[in-house]
Design a protein around this ligand. Structure first.
Ligand code: ADP
Length: 457
């Protein structure tokens, strides 16, 4: 903008004096002496003076224009930079435009809005903290009576308090199983509250990943044997890394446990660990029932269980949500690829170097996770089953950002994978998911579509 204004002043500075000086030149020209030599001499003097005056006036106007345009664009730039900071969540940002004009007023209004947003953010954080504390406190309180309850039920079942009929023992066994389930849910809640408040303990130490995988497999061996399931492992060249082997094992256990649960008898589970740039990538592949794209999107949601036959296996539906929390807290990624009826592969990554600060991760009500879910749905509805793999690729490369996804759509358009209209619709939906108002052009396009749709109906 500054360059445009300077250019404008330069042009005005050339045109105005040129016209004025030209008139002056023409008048002076008409009264020059007729004598040839004197005429030439005075004409040259006159024209060079006129040109010098024009250049001087143009330069002066351009310099003045430059300073005037700076005085307009500098505060605008300051406001723009402050808005960008605000967008990033920095509510301490303020503008310092002290002029007594509209820009000054705009600056004061901006500062007031930033203060109000900062207060709202503080309130929101306080509310989150209270929620987290309440959640953690109730889980602790609920766990306290469960342990003695379980012990007394077990003693009763073992007939320490007198002989029981078969029916009474069966009923007691049922109560014990439900108490066990309740205990598991409370334990999971406690783990979630730790993840959400970044209180999850990580003990990083030199870890041989192969050893961690083998130890976890050993723990699962009994359960695998019940269904005669074989484990197969594959390891790339792996360095010894600083990691928390217990947390790696916790995630592995949950995924392997599910893989066994949902595999047929005499099945096979393949576990691999490979070095991928700054991460170690694990994969756990089973040849079980797999799941539909719709279920793949929701499987890391808390309490989500795929309808068909999951309830019979018990479980809380919190296991994978906790795995996601443990992995994302260390800036790793977790995702799934699956084909219904053919099996599933779960992937997760952990960094080679432990991160300095464990991140709090929203597990129960996560706006980020909700956005990712919506995006994934949009990818599938636009690109079909390949949408999941495409989305995961962007996810692994940390490209789940509005601009990067729009670039990706543009690439699909250039490669003619999407036509003009589909890519515009896709863009429109993506912008909407990120909470922005799509441009009028897209609004019109969709409105037009609606009209066309109406006519077709
Ligand atoms: P839980 O196993 O306690 O129900 P999870 O969060 O571990 O909870 O898993 C959520 C749901 O995802 C399971 O109930 C099941 O429906 C589905 N699921 C997980 N792993 C697999 C798998 N390997 N194959 C098929 N379905 C799976």
């Amino acid at each position: 903008m500054s360059r445009k204004l300077t250019f404008f002043f330069l042009i005005v500075g050339i045109i105005a004096p040129t016209i004025g000086i030209s008139y002056f030149y023409l008048i002076s020209y008409s009264i020059l002496p007729i004598d040839q030599d004197t005429f030439l001499e005075q004409n040259t003097l006159l024209s060079s003076t006129a040109i010098a005056i024009i250049i001087l006036i143009a330069l002066n106007t351009a310099i003045a224009g430059y300073f005037i345009s700076q005085s307009i664009t500098k505060p605008l730039r300051e406001l723009h930079e402050a808005t960008t900071e605000l967008e990033k969540g920095n509510f301490d940002v303020r503008t310092n435009i002290t002029t007594n004009d509209e820009l000054g007023e705009l600056s004061r209004a901006f500062n007031k809005s930033a203060i109000a947003l900062g207060l709202m953010d503080e309130e929101h954080k306080q509310l989150e903290k209270t929620k987290s504390e309440f959640f953690s406190m109730t889980s602790h309180e609920l766990r306290t009576p469960i342990t003695p309850l379980k012990v007394q039920l077990q003693m009763m079942y073992k007939q320490y308090y007198g002989k029981l009929t078969t029916k009474q023992r069966e009923t007691l066994m049922n109560i014990l199983k439900n108490t066990e389930r309740l205990n598991k849910i409370i334990e999971d809640f406690l783990e979630i509250s730790r993840i959400e408040s970044a209180r999850l303990k990580f003990i990083f130490k030199k870890t041989d990943i192969r050893e961690t995988v083998y130890e976890t497999m050993n723990l699962m061996e009994g359960f695998a044997k019940e269904k005669n399931i074989q484990f197969k492992t594959e390891f790339g060249k792996l360095p010894t890394i600083d990691a928390d082997p217990d947390r790696v094992s916790q995630v592995l256990k949950n995924i392997i446990h599910n893989a066994i649960k949902f595999s047929p008898r005499d099945g096979k589970i393949e576990i691999s660990a490979q070095l991928k740039k700054e991460f170690i990538q694990f994969s756990i592949k089973d040849y079980g029932r797999g799941m539909s794209p719709k279920d793949q999107i929701r499987v890391f949601e808390p309490f989500y269980q795929v309808e068909a036959g999951s309830k019979e296996f018990g479980g809380t539906g919190l296991g994978l949500a906790i795995c996601r929390g443990i992995i994302e807290a260390q800036k790793g990624k977790i995702w799934i690829q699956s084909i219904e009826g053919q099996g599933s592969t779960f992937y997760f990554t952990i960094p080679l170097k432990p991160i300095e600060k464990i991140e709090p991760i929203k597990v129960l009500f996560s706006p980020k996770f909700e956005i990712e879910k919506e995006l994934k749905e949009k990818f599938i509805s636009t690109l079909g089953p390949m949408g999941i793999a495409e989305f995961d690729e962007l996810h692994i490369n940390n490209e789940i950002e509005k601009d990067k996804i729009l670039d990706y759509i543009n690439k699909l358009k250039k490669e003619r994978i999407l036509d003009e209209k589909s890519s515009k619709d896709f863009e429109y939906e993506i912008i909407k998911i990120f909470g922005d108002k799509p441009s009028n052009e897209n609004d019109e396009l969709v409105e037009e579509d609606k009209k066309i749709g109406d006519i077709e109906i």
